[in-house]
Design a protein around this ligand. Structure first.
Ligand code: ADP
Ligand code: GLC
Length: 479
């Protein structure tokens, strides 16, 4: 039995700001229990839901050095859906309204978390063969494993994997402060190790010291070796390309299932969508105060509102999009300029545009179920889960051909009768707009073709099955 430890800053159902949480919360469930003992360590945030906080049991506590500081480390645990979760408790670090705050606070917070996660292992008596780290918040773990923790038999043979969910965020701060916080010696702060362009870089530490690097789609694994997508680490990723692989994400097919979903107006499946899916559209039009007309082409967006997701293209075309017989339903939070842009158009075209500027699991399910198409014209996209959820709900994705979007959405080919969505190549607003118009024309003029595309979209399998096997194979090879 191989022992695997996931360490991450978020995981469903406990805490989520984006797709990272979905992956950390669902992948462990889909790894074979006969082959692997997978456990997960997360921070215990004060902003977690009360019912989830209340189910955690105290395990132990100890005090740990962090540079010149000595900090309390509490350990809590619970089993959820058959997976063992541990939580690192420290109210000084984890009592914010959100998991992440100012970067200078987060830098110390996640140095603490990374060291505490490793230090907790002998206390809970779990000695993993592999520590699987996710994103910059855990980038110091492979470094610590090669440093202090290396002495003594407990940690000496532990392997590590660094998974990049988003290369844009690297955890960068000045060398002096990071030395002071981590207690790591000068040796590590050179350009071939933690230092990048004069600063200390957590993710880079992970990428230099982990035994294997992965990212969340094959296309993104290629893209990040180039300057455009490489976020200044393309040289390092190129140098380590033999250790870098791309494994596409899956989604939890129990949680995202239109046939059993209790959050939507009317459930449906691959046989019944022709009749039933539309009831979700009518219900949502009613709920959001949009014009109630089941023939209107409804475009859904559920997203963090950041430039990563291509909102500059949408902002540029929004006025023209509103001249069409389309409805645009947005659920998201993020940069103010995009929040206000959508609020403006919802005010100007109340029967066509709805801007839901908040976070809601239930509303996201309603939008996945109700919409005809799902728009995701990302500038870059490591994998993307929203388009997978859309496919599952028979809502056809309209995407830009980048990263995981390219690997998961097969563009419609009207001559061969293939495809599960629509896509365009260049980061260009008119290309996006013309692709939406094309999708709309198929929706209006070739309803049978559209429905056949829904058949194919709903039959596409992006459950964790295939991808969990790829992780299993990697774990077996490495351990
Ligand atoms: P990213 O991780 O870059 O934000 P993904 O597509 O991988 O993008 O994952 C986004 C996840 O967050 C999806 O599960 C999506 O449904 C969810 N999500 C994003 N914004 C909201 C919101 N405002 N309310 C509910 N869910 C949201
Ligand atoms: C990141 C990426 C997203 C990916 C998710 C989970 O947030 O932006 O593309 O799906 O991580 O891996």
């Amino acid at each position: 039995m191989k022992k695997i430890l996931f360490v991450a800053s978020e995981g469903v159902p406990f805490i989520k700001t984006g797709g990272l949480a979905d992956v950390v919360g669902s992948l462990p469930k889909y790894l074979s229990k006969d082959e692997f003992d997978v456990r997960v360590i997360l921070p215990k945030y004060l902003c977690m839901r009360d019912d989830l906080k209340n189910r955690l049991n105290y395990v132990a506590h100890f005090y740990m050095d962090l540079g010149w500081r000595t900090q309390y480390v509490g350990i809590l645990e619970t089993v959820y859906d058959g997976v063992q979760f541990y939580f690192i408790d420290n109210e000084y670090y984890f009592s914010g309204f959100k998991p992440y705050g100012n970067i200078f606070e987060d830098i110390e917070k996640f140095a603490f978390f990374s060291k505490a996660a490793l230090s907790a292992l002998p206390v809970i008596g779990f000695q993993p063969d592999i520590v699987h780290c996710h994103d910059w918040q855990t980038g110091l773990i492979p470094v610590f494993l090669k440093d202090k923790f290396h002495d003594g038999p407990f940690f000496a043979n532990m392997k590590s994997i660094m998974t990049i969910h988003n290369l844009k965020f690297q955890g960068v701060w000045d060398v002096k402060t990071v030395k002071n916080i981590t207690g790591l010696p000068d040796y590590y702060f050179t350009p071939d190790k933690l230092e990048a362009y004069g600063d200390a870089n957590y993710l880079k530490g992970g990428l230099v010291y982990a035994d294997v690097l992965t990212t969340v789609s094959p296309t993104y694994a290629e893209e990040i070796k180039t300057p455009f997508y490489g976020e200044n680490l393309n040289g390092l990723l190129m140098a380590r390309s033999h250790d870098l692989r791309g494994i596409v994400n899956g989604i939890d097919y129990d949680e995202y299932n239109p046939d059993t979903d209790t959050m939507i107006e009317k459930t449906y499946n691959a046989r019944t969508f022709r009749k039933e899916k539309i009831k979700n559209k009518i219900a949502l039009q009613k709920e959001l105060g949009l014009r109630q007309n089941d023939k209107m082409f409804m475009i859904g967006i559920v997203s963090r509102l950041t430039d990563q997701k291509g909102f500059d293209l949408i902002a540029y075309m929004m006025e023209e999009m509103c001249q069409q017989d389309w409805q645009i339903v947005v659920l998201g939070t993020g940069e103010e300029r995009y929040e206000n842009m959508f609020r403006h158009f919802a005010w100007k075209y109340p029967d066509k545009v709805s801007a839901q500027i908040y976070y809601s699991e239930a509303m996201s399910h309603k939008i996945y179920a109700a919409s005809d198409a799902f728009l995701m014209p990302s500038l870059f996209e490591p994998c993307g889960l929203s388009q997978l959820m859309s496919l599952r709900y028979g809502t056809l994705p309209i995407v830009r051909e980048t990263g995981g979007l390219k690997d998961t959405v097969q563009p419609y080919n009207e001559y061969e009768g293939t495809g599960t969505g629509f896509s365009f190549c260049n980061y260009n607003a008119h290309e996006m707009y013309n692709t939406i118009r094309y999708a709309h024309s198929v929706y209006v003029d070739k309803k049978r073709e559209w429905n056949k595309m829904i058949d194919r979209a709903m039959a596409a399998d992006f459950s964790w099955k295939a991808s969990a096997d790829k992780y299993a194979e990697m774990y077996n090879w490495l351990a």
